[in-house]
Design a protein around this ligand. Structure first.
Ligand code: GLN
Length: 312
């Protein structure tokens, strides 16, 4: 059995050049700010469990986190409700798009925390009596995951709130089912602002690494969430993180991940590393095309597939 290659020796810039040769996919146009993204942006970062950061060119270019925030909203909801969030949200994959207007049959709960219905609810479950307090709680919580003070793109937050018709529909549906305890518009406002938090690949990789380290941020040393919360979150990333592409992702890449419409992907391999890729053009399931290629290569070349090694 060969020893796994050391990620410290890995040529992330070389990988970036290799995936830049791919020109497939379409940049999301759900809001003007995302439609204006540079299709040639491509950045990669890895953070090891000892806090070592490896970054390619453009790993410091900021983008709105979008759905890559969902694992961290779930973590904060689990923390702030002392686990009750697990009774209020399902954890089964949907086989449907991220914004499907669908709740769990029989219970009216969101199907899982990685689709929009679930994230609208997790964002509503964090501590805070009103929209502003929950916004603050989320920004502080995300900043602890990232080991830096994160900021919100207010223009993106406004667009998401104004143009997120399907999110408004989901919030109203959950109100009708009795599964959303805050006002529908308030729920959309908080979720929209969470999606508009700015990160770069480095910050997002630190966030993934915090989950990979059982909830302890390897850069700041801070315990952000308990180990059981981190494990629950990574489990649901593994089964639901890439929406209706989660099965194909798990087979081909084998690293728990969360995709997003901005083209960011956050990765978390427990006990090994966290990572992030940003490249805006997306495939039909809303996954970054170059991001997938990069993750397939990372998995194969660093022997990261959680379900087994093909190394001789
Ligand atoms: N802000 C987006 C939305 O709710 C996030 C979706 C995503 O990244 N898949 O529509």
């Amino acid at each position: 059995m060969t020893r796994s290659p050391d990620p410290r020796d890995y040529d992330l810039d070389g990988l970036r050049v290799r995936v830049m040769a791919e020109h497939g996919g379409t940049v999301d146009d759900s809001i003007p700010q995302l439609a204006a993204a540079d299709p040639d942006l491509c950045g990669l970062a890895l953070v090891l469990t000892d806090g070592t950061l490896l970054a390619s060119a453009q790993a410091d270019v900021r983008f709105s986190v979008q759905s890559a925030v969902k694992p961290f909203l779930f973590a904060l909801a689990l923390l702030d409700t002392r686990g009750d969030a697990l009774d209020l949200i399902g954890i089964e994959p949907t086989g449907e798009a991220f914004d499907a207007i669908k709740l769990e049959t029989g219970t009216g709960r969101p199907p899982n925390p990685m689709v929009n219905a679930g994230a609208l609810l997790t964002a509503a479950l964090v501590d805070g009596d009103d929209v502003e307090a929950r916004n603050d709680r989320i920004l502080r919580g995300l900043s602890a995951f990232a080991a830096q003070d994160l900021e919100v793109d207010e223009g993106v937050a406004r667009s998401e709130h104004l143009l997120g018709d399907r999110n408004h529909a989901l919030a109203h549906l959950m109100r009708a089912e009795g599964t959303l305890g805050v006002g529908a518009d308030d729920a959309v406002a908080v979720y929209a602002r969470a999606c508009a938090v700015l990160v770069d690949a480095r910050a997002l990789a630190v966030m993934g690494a915090t989950l990979a380290c059982g909830g302890v941020n390897p850069v700041s040393g801070e315990r952000v969430v308990p180990a059981d919360v981190a494990r629950d979150v990574v489990s649901v990333m593994a089964t639901c993180g890439v929406y209706d592409g989660s099965g194909r992702w798990m087979r081909g890449v084998g690293i728990p991940a969360k995709s997003s419409v901005s083209g960011g992907i956050v990765l978390s391999t427990p006990g090994v590393l966290g990572g992030a890729v940003i490249s805006p053009p997306l495939d039909e399931q809303g996954t970054s095309v170059r991001g997938r290629l990069a993750c397939e290569a990372l998995s194969a070349e660093l022997d990261l597939h959680v379900f087994g090694s093909l190394a001789a």
